[in-house]
Design a protein around this ligand. Structure first.
Ligand code: ATP
Length: 394
């Protein structure tokens, strides 16, 4: 059987390639357990959205997720993907319709990156060229150079790179639905932030339906179009957009779970693009050093942002570091932040910078400005005032 991605039948409307998932009265009673792990769960997951499952340990998140691709069989109830009961689908159909990504990528150690990504396409009978092309495309998509990485073994990759390959593998057969179980749980916080940003940018392009289990409410707020907060037995405590869960928790359980400091959590909702950026002095590589210093001093700046000929920031030297007749490209790596990053991530980046701020870039790394602590604090205050006004108006 040959099934190429273009032969997929998904609800491709308005750029959305994902499929709606509907759970109806789903129950899972494990043998020998007194109470069901999942008890009458009903839920509609809209096509093209990211829905995050969160809740305390043992509340049934993973069981609920794995019933969608029948890694676990429900005891009763129905699950439909794009209107079709998953029980009526063959294992091949399910593999094509539902990608699966788990913590650490869980790659097969004796297989190369290419072989790991190609598992499902090969099972589906794609030919060698189709598989090779697809692997190249996917490695590009997840930010790994295909030439460098396709022949490597998992042990030759960092944790973050392994996780990227895991994501590529989940996307391999271009399924409308991707299930993710704690996908970024095993990597350090900075890598996690980067992988989350990449997932968001991949999702902007692909518009899949993504269901993702996490322990981390901040991750849920950042990634989720909607968040499902579960209590024991997979009872729905609240199912809503992140803004609503933060502003109006449905009950004490949700309020406790979301935790104190919701203004801090709001930092995971707000994006750098929403904050007014500063415009410190900039210089082009090749400009006269004396002229740049003069301009910076007139502006009251003690440092300048150096841009390359394509308007990408390449450095942020202090004036005293500017030597020679013309501005040269700085040798130190510049840590910048994408305008789509959350304020929470921006804070992390700022904390690692000696400037008390971070350089913000947009598409294709174009320079946009600088974000600093004062701008973030001001934005948080404005958000709090707005929330208080809304509450007073209710
Ligand atoms: N194979 C199994 N046999 C019996 N009970 C199980 C089995 N798998 C899970 N359970 C029980 O079902 C309940 C839900 O488990 P599940 O793994 O879905 O929870 P979870 O919310 O994903 O937890 P965690 O966040 O700790 O991963 C738990 O009480 C668990 O002990």
């Amino acid at each position: 059987m040959t099934t190429a991605p273009e032969q997929e039948t998904t609800s491709q409307q308005g750029g959305v390639s994902g499929a709606e998932i509907v759970l109806e009265d789903v129950v899972k009673q494990y043998p020998g357990q007194d109470v069901p792990a999942v008890d009458q769960l009903s839920l509609t997951i809209p096509a093209g959205e990211i829905v995050m499952f969160v809740g305390p340990s043992g509340c049934g998140k993973t069981t609920s997720l794995k019933m969608i691709n029948r890694l676990i069989e429900p005891t009763s109830g129905t699950i439909r993907i794009d209107g079709e009961d998953v029980r009526d689908q063959s294992p091949d159909q399910l593999r094509r319709h539902v990608g699966y990504v788990i913590q650490g990528g869980s790659l097969f150690p004796h297989m190369t990156v290419e072989q790991n990504i190609a598992i499902v396409p090969k099972l589906l009978g794609w030919n060698g060229n189709q598989v090779r092309d697809r692997v190249g495309e996917l490695l590009d998509l997840v930010g790994l150079d295909p030439q460098r990485y396709r022949g490597r073994y998992p042990r030759e990759l960092s944790g973050g790179q392994q996780q990227r390959v895991g994501v590529a593998r989940g996307l391999a057969a271009d399924p409308p639905v991707i299930l993710m179980d704690e996908p970024f749980g095993a990597v350090d916080p900075i890598t996690r932030q980067r992988l989350q940003d990449e997932l968001l940018s991949i999702q902007r392009e692909l518009r899949k339906t993504i269901v993702c289990v996490t322990h981390d409410i901040d991750e849920a707020i950042k990634l989720g179009d909607r968040i499902l907060i579960l209590q024991e037995g997979a009872q729905v405590a609240q199912y809503d957009v992140p803004e609503a869960i933060l502003a109006t928790p449905a009950n004490d359980f949700v309020a406790d779970f979301v935790g104190a400091g919701s203004s801090l959590k709001s930092l995971s909702l707000a994006r750098v693009a929403e904050v007014e950026l500063l415009s410190p002095t900039t210089a082009q590589v090749g400009d006269s050093t004396a002229e740049v210093k003069q301009r910076a001093e007139a502006n009251g700046d003690r440092a300048v942002i150096v841009l390359d000929s394509r308007n990408r920031p390449v450095g942020w030297p202090w004036l005293r570091q500017l030597k020679g007749d013309t501005i040269v490209e700085p040798t130190e790596d510049l840590v910048n932040i994408d305008q789509r990053a959350t304020l929470n991530d921006a804070l992390d980046t700022m904390l690692s910078s000696s400037h008390g701020g971070a350089v913000v870039t947009g598409d294709r790394d174009q320079y946009l400005g600088v974000i600093d602590f004062r701008a973030v604090t001001g934005h948080v205050q404005a958000m709090e005032e707005q929330a208080m006004e809304e509450q007073a108006g209710e």
